[in-house]
Design a protein around this ligand. Structure first.
Ligand code: TRP
Length: 334
């Protein structure tokens, strides 16, 4: 708890280009959640180097992502928006937690298996212990809730196991975090293969809407979206393409899927796809304009980076000192 509020932690990697899926599935909910929780939203750059990165590019993308957090509506006073690499406690706690994590547990992580097959030439130890760093992120702030996608649930589970194990030895040191899975728009699918999640790493540019796509591009991509031959705007599993478009439209307009069905009753896919494109553009355009405006105000963004890194460091150090004491490290002499 911080000031009587429950604590929430989440983070995103600055690799790849953010998509509409990241916005509707995560960022948009983050803004709502910040009303209720004391939130820490990190740009998790330590995680990014588990895969080889171009340094200049990583720096640029990390700054862009942090700016986007703010442009999407996260109030910088209510939320702690910061770079993971600016808080050394993440790496320090991660080391300690490594000593409370079993090889066998990490071996079972499906993301490690996926990533090591994708990057067979660079299966580094960081890729293997990635979930431990993620546990450190969460536990460092004594987070009560963690909004994550389904793909990250296994990592949250191991975080709870590590925290429970540590607490069983040393007493109540860590808050055991709960996953928070959003009700709507949790999962936006690829426009070309609606059985697959829309992803930052999609290869076909028509698969995903990028957060920075302009209106014409957005409309063109929706025109090409895969649907079916039923020609009815119906929300059912048998029509995954249309179902996905209904989800997107509903989330952007605040309507329910049933209201969307009713609105397009008797209309063809052409009309519907155009309406989806327009709804998405009207959500993304203001965010893009805000990013452009903020990017010109370097001093403002820099001040947020500095203030929030200090705030994050304050809370992180509190937990870290407690943990260091518990495991038997000598006290610091002032
Ligand atoms: N691994 C997460 C992802 O790729 C990002 C992440 C890192 C994260 N640390 C976290 C998410 C802590 C939630 C909480 O999506």
């Amino acid at each position: 708890m911080i000031d009587g509020k429950k604590v929430l932690f989440s983070g995103m990697q600055a690799t790849g280009t953010l998509t509409l899926g990241n916005y509707l599935g995560a960022l948009k909910n983050w803004v709502t959640l910040s009303e209720e929780y004391e939130c820490f939203y990190s740009v998790v750059d330590l995680h990014s180097i588990t895969v080889r990165q171009d340094p200049a590019e990583l720096r640029k993308r990390a700054r862009r992502l942090l700016t986007l957090y703010i442009a999407a509506g996260l109030d910088k006073k209510k939320n702690c928006i910061y770079y993971q690499s600016h808080v050394s406690g993440h790496a320090e706690l991660s080391w300690i937690l490594n000593c409370f994590t079993y090889m066998g547990e990490l071996n079972r992580m499906t993301q490690f298996k996926d990533k090591s097959s994708k990057h067979a030439d660079n299966i580094n130890a960081g890729l293997f212990t990635y979930p431990v760093l993620m546990a450190a992120d969460i536990l460092l702030y004594q987070a009560d809730v963690v909004p994550v996608g389904k793909d990250q649930l296994q990592h949250l589970e191991i975080t709870r196991d590590i925290a429970g194990r540590f607490n069983a030895i040393y007493g109540d040191v860590f808050t055991i975090p709960e996953p928070y899975i959003g009700k709507t728009g949790a999962k936006i699918m690829s426009l070309q293969d609606p059985t697959k999640k829309m992803s930052k790493s999609d290869e076909n540019p028509n698969d995903s809407i990028l957060l920075m796509d302009d209106k014409d591009t957005i409309i063109r991509k929706f025109k090409r979206a895969v649907t079916d031959s039923e020609a009815k705007v119906c929300y059912r599993d048998e029509q995954p393409g249309i179902k996905n478009l209904i989800d997107i439209y509903s989330t952007c307009t605040g309507k329910t899927p049933a209201e969307t069905e009713a609105e397009f009753d008797g209309k063809g896919y052409g009309d519907f796809k155009l309406a989806v494109g327009e709804a998405v553009a009207s959500v993304l355009t203001p965010i893009q304009e805000e990013v452009a405006r903020l990017e010109k105000d370097k001093a403002y963004i820099d001040s947020i980076i500095k203030e929030n890194a200090d705030k994050a460091n304050y809370y992180a150090t509190k937990t870290l000192r407690k943990v260091q004491k518990k495991v038997g490290f000598p006290e610091r002499v002032r």
